[in-house]
Design a protein around this ligand. Structure first.
Ligand SMILES: [Zn+2]
Length: 62
């Protein structure tokens, strides 16, 4: 399995959700060991990095 990133400050008990990269998947229990051992989704990471880049450089200040 792959560990996707999700929007929102915290998990509120929803059984499923849409990840940052747009995949609808079941939400894992936070204490599932497999979840923490799973590799982080590359697509989710890329999207979050790109958004941070926009937040940092997207104001048009330079
Ligand atoms: Zn993902």
């Amino acid at each position: 399995m792959t560990r996707h990133a999700f929007r929102g400050k915290r998990w509120e008990g929803h059984p499923a959700g849409t990840s940052v990269c747009g995949v609808l998947c079941a939400m894992a229990e936070p204490n599932e060991l497999d979840w923490f051992q799973a590799p982080t989704c590359r697509d989710c990471t890329d999207v979050l990095i790109a958004e941070q880049d926009v937040a940092r450089h997207g104001e048009g200040g330079e």
